[in-house]
Design a protein around this ligand. Structure first.
Ligand code: GLP
Length: 231
């Protein structure tokens, strides 16, 4: 899955060196980022004109918190490749005014037109970004309330006595669906139900990822376990 995903990104970067990439965090894309760093080290790809927009960020977490997606992105990718600092966009989850940060993020995105390739993971409840079940599909970047199921899943990466954030800043479904191409990644049996519902179930806001059935350029990269529940 990681290699297939990295190849899709590499092809995008090669064919359009100034591509705008939408990037996810989480455990799922770690291998993809490792593969991209490896390809970069071998001189196969050049990120010097690439622009990136991250999907989401916890709101709020202190700037030095190890779980910030900002930190993840630098550790997994940006510290190792040549994306120019000024081309990197990640929602700022440390601001006082979350709504203003969402507007700023949308405006920044509009300056670049549209995302050429948006990469997504999926939550066990079918969320994409932090668009939880029931979220309106017309939203752009917004502050979302995390569901109990999502907070339980996220708790894996927080210390036992530490509260998981209740909110996040996330690109909306409208932002995601506006991308020219989308690639959905999923690995592990815990995701199998959500992946099957997203790809083969009814198209409904109750399964946010099911909206992807409406996208004309969708690539799905899965491991075996994640496709276990396919009809
Ligand atoms: C979080 C992120 C999503 C991500 C999901 C799955 O909810 N906001 O963007 O896709 O987790 O994460 P993981 O890959 O760790 O299972």
């Amino acid at each position: 899955m990681s290699q297939a995903a990295a190849r899709v990104i590499a092809r995008q970067v090669l064919s359009k060196p100034d591509s705008v990439l939408g990037l996810p965090t989480g455990e799922t894309p770690i291998g993809m980022y490792e593969t991209l760093v490896h390809m970069y080290d071998q001189g196969l790809i050049d990120f010097s004109r690439i622009v990136t927009f991250n999907l989401d960020e916890y709101y709020t977490l202190s700037p030095d918190h190890p779980n910030r997606y900002h930190r993840y992105m630098y550790e997994k990718l940006f510290m190792h490749v040549n994306v120019p600092e000024g081309n990197i966009h990640i929602p700022d989850g440390g601001v006082q005014d979350g709504e203003a940060e969402c507007r700023r993020y949308d405006e920044e995105l509009v300056r670049y037109g549209r995302i050429n390739l948006q990469v997504l993971g999926i939550g066990t409840n079918g969320h994409i970004g932090f668009n939880e079940p029931g979220t309106a599909w017309g939203l752009t970047t917004h502050v979302s309330d995390l569901s109990p199921e999502t907070r339980e899943w996220e708790a894996r990466s927080f210390a036992e006595d530490e509260p998981v954030p209740r909110r996040a800043i996330t690109m909306g479904i409208k932002t995601i669906m506006n991308a020219e191409q989308i690639m959905l990644l999923a690995s592990g049996e815990e995701k199998a139900k959500a992946v099957a519902a997203a790809l083969f179930g009814p198209i409904t806001p109750q399964v946010p990822a099911s909206v992807l059935q409406l996208h004309p350029q969708l690539t799905v990269a899965l491991d075996k376990a994640a496709e276990e529940k396919f009809p």
